[in-house]
Design a protein around this ligand. Structure first.
Ligand code: HEC
Ligand code: HEC
Length: 185
């Protein structure tokens, strides 16, 4: 009996090893999915600077005219998320569609380096203006602690909403003789 057991258990061990190897391969192969899913929250918020970097590098920018040219693709992407959020728009508000190219999500691909949308150039002017306000003016307020951002004005709107001051306590004053009607805001 013992003679039979030995080769049998050897064969069983081989089978068992094969099964373990197969199981571990099977367990490993779906791993890219959880890793990709876990990476998704990183796209929205700032990266905590942990040891593990983002799952895939964004391509390096090739047409920066106002942002620092040494920014990485991921740094540009983070800034862009901030701009889009501050204006309450999507990327395609400023970036043109690449004709004939469809992304993995079935939506048209954008050509980020292309400059044909006027909103993109307005955004460049806005960025330069914001930097200038911070450098020239805000640097002298509160020891330079305060900064103006896109969101300071835009507050989630593509075009900042006009602010209507609350009416005076005793209501609007009647127009003086010869006074022009109020300027609509
Ligand atoms: C409010 C307008 C605006 C929005 C919204 C916007 N972008 Fe941009 N984007 C720009 C401008 C302006 C530049 C160029 C900056 C410069 O010239 O330094 C740019 C540059 C880029 C670049 C670098 C392209 C290159 O090769 O030079 C990428 C990539 C990019 N944006 C991605 C995005 C993504 C992704 C989104 C959405 C999350 C987005 N952008 C939303 C205005 C915008
Ligand atoms: C000091 C206030 C202020 C700041 C800061 C500011 N904006 Fe603006 N932005 C405006 C005003 C006002 C308009 C004009 C809206 C209109 O035409 O009614 C405008 C218009 C725009 C437009 C054109 C909107 C359209 O469709 O006509 C874009 C794009 C834009 N801003 C992007 C930005 C970005 C990006 C930033 C930050 C880098 C920024 N803005 C910072 C006040 C500001």
């Amino acid at each position: 009996m013992k003679r039979f057991l030995s080769p049998l258990s050897a064969a069983a061990a081989v089978l068992l090893t094969a099964a373990i190897v197969a199981a571990s391969v099977a367990a490993q192969s779906p791993q890219p999915q959880p890793a990709g899913a876990a990476a998704q929250p990183q796209q929205g918020g700032p990266l905590p600077g942990g040891p593990s970097g983002p799952p895939h590098e964004m391509p390096a920018p090739k047409n920066l005219k106002v942002l620092p040219k040494n920014l990485t693709g991921n740094q540009v992407h983070d800034i862009m998320e901030g701009w889009a959020g501050s204006l309450g728009v999507h990327c395609d508000n400023c970036h043109s569609v690449d004709p004939g190219k469809v992304g993995p999500n079935g939506r048209p691909r954008l050509n980020f380096a292309d400059d044909s949308k006027p909103e993109k150039n307005t955004a460049r002017l806005m960025y330069t203006m914001t930097q200038k306000i911070n450098d020239d003016t805000m640097s002298m307020v509160n020891d330079g602690q305060s900064k103006v951002t896109c969101g300071t004005c835009h507050r989630g709107h593509k075009k900042p909403e006009a602010y209507v001051p609350p009416k005076e306590h005793d209501g609007p004053h009647p127009p003086a003789p010869g006074e022009k009607p109020p300027i609509p805001r």
